[in-house]
Design a protein around this ligand. Structure first.
Ligand code: SF4
Length: 334
């Protein structure tokens, strides 16, 4: 499989202005590099403020990164784009949002919400053709009888049904990549699994790639091929999903695993013990960003940012995995 999406050293710093002058910067993303293959589901996992959503928005071209490059299908997409190219890009890269209610226009019926992408991106003008395309796409996401749902307003649907409309809208333009930003976090537990199964079915049937953003390690394990753990704007660990969960390398990933995510709330902070808060990202010091919370912190951890060390098909940002330390490393088997 070739890389479909590739991020190379991407950083996103938001300026803080005082009296009109840029004084300091919020480092929402620092030196983020990863790739995603066609038909792969890659989860970005982390607490609020870890940089997951900023990463998705940089890929969606909501933000232009401060530095680094984003490539899609080998083309550099992180620089300014001509309007026609941007339209084509937005067709290929779709987003599914956390809150299915606020992402759907409450004044429009489902048929009107779904017709827009067919008109805008697929240049359809024949109303019969559009209606049939809408029925087809609702059928794919399991909203049948389709004519019943086409006539509904978003407020007449349940949360799960609204999210299915959101997915239908995203797949209507036949995207290559879907950025799914916490797509199940506002849904009841019983609905989450069926939405995740719909995403998996679409991956199999349409070879769609997903960047699946979540704070729920268990959900990430269920849907993903690989997982990236982010903390305070940086990648802490990357690896195949099952392996990463079974044997987390980074102390932060180990902490997340011990937190025994509850299906309702994601992380169980009470179980984290040495939980603390994600550090301030305003001009952060040159140090391991996890060092204030890390039980294994050494002197150098507060003086240098650890690189991502490669260990087989995994990567981990922690000095414990420096060559000289590797024989002392305690692998978490819990
Ligand atoms: Fe802990 Fe140091 Fe590793 Fe950071 S680099 S996770 S502080 S041991």
């Amino acid at each position: 499989m070739n890389d479909f999406l590739k991020l190379e050293g991407v950083s996103m710093h938001f300026p803080i202005r005082k009296f009109g002058k840029r004084t300091r910067y919020v480092h929402a993303m620092d030196d983020v590099s990863f790739s995603l293959k066609k038909g792969e589901i890659l989860s970005l996992v982390g607490e609020s403020g870890s940089g997951k959503t900023t990463t998705a928005r940089v890929i969606a071209k909501v933000y232009t990164p401060t530095s680094g490059n984003v490539f899609v299908n080998g083309n550099l997409v992180s620089k300014k784009m001509h309007t026609s190219k941007l339209k084509e890009y937005r067709q290929r890269v779709q987003m599914i949002f956390q809150d299915p209610f606020s992402s759907l226009n409450p004044t429009k019926r489902v048929r009107s919400i779904l017709s827009r992408p067919f008109v805008l991106y697929k240049s359809m003008s024949n109303s019969k053709e559009i209606r049939q395309a809408e029925r087809d796409v609702l059928e794919v996401v399991g909203l049948t009888p389709t004519d019943f749902y086409l006539d509904k307003f978003p407020h007449e649907l349940s949360g799960g049904q609204r999210q299915r409309v959101g997915i239908a809208r995203a797949i209507s333009v036949e995207p290559d990549l879907i950025l799914a930003d916490e797509p199940t976090s506002m849904l009841d537990v019983s609905i989450r699994l069926s939405i995740m199964n719909t995403l998996l079915k679409l991956k199999e049937e349409r070879n769609i790639s997903y960047l699946y953003i979540t704070h729920d390690l268990a959900g990430a394990r269920y849907v993903s091929d690989r997982i990236i753990v982010m903390y305070a704007g940086m990648i802490m660990e990357i690896g195949p999903a099952e392996e990463l969960i079974q044997h987390p390398l980074h102390p932060y990933t180990q902490l997340l695993k011990r937190a025994a995510p509850s299906p309702e709330t994601g992380f169980n902070k009470k179980k984290l013990g040495y939980v603390g808060e994600v550090p301030s990202l305003i001009s952060p010091p040159k140090a391991c960003r996890f060092s204030p919370r890390c039980p294994f912190a050494m002197e150098k951890c507060s003086k240098e940012i650890p690189p991502l060390y490669e260990i087989g098909d995994r990567k981990v940002r922690c000095f414990l995995y420096e060559k000289s330390n590797q024989e002392n490393v305690r692998f978490d088997e819990s």
